[in-house]
Design a binder for this molecule. Sequence first.
Ligand SMILES: *Cc1c(COP(=O)(O)O)cnc(C)c1O
Length: 457
Amino acid sequence: MRRSFILWKGAAGGMEDLIRKQYKEMGIGEDVYSYGEAVCGLLSGRFAAIDSVAEYNQLKVLAAMQKNQVGEACLTGTTGYGYNDLGRDTLERAYADIFHTEDCLVRPQITCGTHALALALMSNLRPGDELLSPVGKPYDTLEEVIGIRPSRGSLAEYGITYRQVELKQDGSFDYEGIEEALNERTRLVTIQRSKGYQTRPTFSVAQIGELISFIKERRPDVICMVDNCYGEFVETIEPSDVGADMVVGSLIKNPGGGLAPIGGYIAGKRTCVENAAYRLTSPGLGKEVGASLGVLGQFYQGLFLAPTVTASALKGAVFAANLYENLGFAVIPNGWEDRHDIIQAVTFGTPEGVTSFCEGIQAAAPVDSHVTPEPWDMPGYDAPVIMAAGAFVSGSSIELSADGPIKPPFAVYFQGGLTWQHARFGIMKSLQFLLNKGVISGQELEKAKEKIRKTTK
Ligand SMILES: *Cc1c(COP(=O)(O)O)cnc(C)c1O
């Protein structure tokens, strides 16, 4: 992966100088640049594996598009009621084929990931039913959907109860606890694949499969739903390949490929997806209505790009993990673990670490690179949060973005990168900011570089 390995002999010297010069012009000093190069030198094997997964998933997406005969007429949308929307219906069939499910709902009327998850839950649960999370606390925004934090319109208001089984200390499933929690009212089990903004590990699809088998052996009639946010196309299989009845996600994360300007999906068993459609539109109408307006071209093209965009984000995450781990910071996942989502956490231990990192990411953005992010008191959080996002699609987190609450342990979570080259630049920029602000010293950087030099010898 080091430039001299991959470039043609002869051209290599000139090209390397050219790139180095461009980095320098964009504010990356020689020491940060050469450290970045050293870290990249460690990663060629990892990157090759990521590219192989992307290659497989690219073919999987392409096959689904070809099988369903995506044509030019699919790329323009409908208005009004949206009856007989060929592009919308074809896209939903393609998604169903990619996830190997009976049906799928993919709509711009699903406004975000939380909405998709709320829709899947509210449409498949009835008063008196119980919802179970066997993987501990769900994503923050779902607390209000479920009613863990009292909220208007929550499942709790409709008489749907909730139970949660914590993960064991080592992050594994508490099978005994789950067995006890399952009861005759349990109707739906929700499994969050990604750690989100917690410090537990993200589950592999295989692990999720084991959990679903355990539940189905005891209660074959229970619906198993997976919150698939940030997980799509990271592996060659999806949770629906290992028994999930529903997989749910956001199009401004992985499957939108950075191009979808809005949207969410619910793929799964026909009855589950139909229930969701009747709730999204209206009983009696279901999937038949819902104009796609002008977004189908972006939905299709984004889906087509999603496997390689996800790979770029993954490479950025692996690069950052190694870059900061070698400097002595705690990173989750660590530099060498297998990845099951695109989120990377780095613990800096100081507020300056968090803010400098985010300022660097912002300064590297294609949009709004000239603004300085500042911590603010966001609704729903108990500490100020700083966010870096310079995205084409507002709030899109498949684009390079970072956020961190200003409280111990002073960790940042970052994700995304539409291209590996941009993710790399952003991470190097974050390091440059940490260096400029004195969070990291020149000696520490030199020491980290030396460490790599020794291991690669
Ligand atoms: C992002 C995310 C959500 C919610 O998605 P939004 O689009 O932000 O509403 C839910 N669960 C997980 C694990 C996520 O990462």
